[in-house]
Design a protein around this ligand. Structure first.
Ligand code: 5GP
Length: 175
């Protein structure tokens, strides 16, 4: 059990379960992209730990870059995704793999996919550590999903509650 600010969270997925699942995703990506040089786009802040663990386990030549997006104003989704740090590199003709922490309503991913496709990459795939299928408001294609979870608020392994909890090495759910 962990307490962050005014809330209590209980264990959901352990560090060892997370790491072995990420290793499986890495093996799959390594096979699917054999002989290619994928371009990973990591969505900050939440995906930093997932991305680190994932790319360490992918023995391909690859490039890694970062974007920072926000769809939240205080505590609620505005439905509009704000770009805080954009992508500097050109991705035309590249095999792009977006790395995200969680796909919840899907609004963030849908908007990012539109922006990425506009630059005419050769291919685009999404790797997300977590997915809440019940929360989805817009259809998004997710090629690599770590865990499907219930529509409940989670923290840890990169995900925060009011800025806190990203460094937890396992996933916790609101008690
Ligand atoms: P979307 O609703 O656009 O799919 O997700 C937007 C963002 O909301 C995610 O990238 C993530 O930062 C945040 N988010 C969604 N669900 C959760 C959750 O259960 N816990 C935390 N900490 N953040 C979440």
């Amino acid at each position: 059990m962990v307490t962050i600010l005014d809330k209590t969270f209980v264990p959901l997925i352990s560090r060892s379960e997370i790491e072995s699942r990420i290793a499986e995703l890495a093996t799959q990506i390594s096979k699917d992209y054999e002989g290619r040089c994928p371009f990973f786009i990591v969505v900050l802040n939440g995906a930093f730990l997932f991305a680190t663990e994932l790319v360490k386990n992918i023995p391909l030549n690859c490039e890694i870059s970062f974007v920072k997006l926000s769809s939240y104003a205080q505590t609620h989704s505005t439905g509009k995704v704000r770009e805080i740090i954009g992508l500097e590199e050109k991705i035309a003709g590249r095999d792009v793999i977006i790395i995200e922490d969680i796909v919840d309503t899907g609004l963030t991913m849908a908007q990012l996919l539109t922006q990425v496709h506009a630059q005419l990459p050769q291919s685009v795939a999404v790797a997300t550590l977590l997915h809440k299928p019940e929360a989805l408001q817009t259809p998004v294609d997710l090629q690599y999903v770590g865990f499907e979870i219930q529509n409940r608020f989670v923290v840890g392994y990169g995900l925060d509650y009011d800025g806190i909890g990203r460094n937890l090495d396992a996933l916790y759910v609101l008690a």
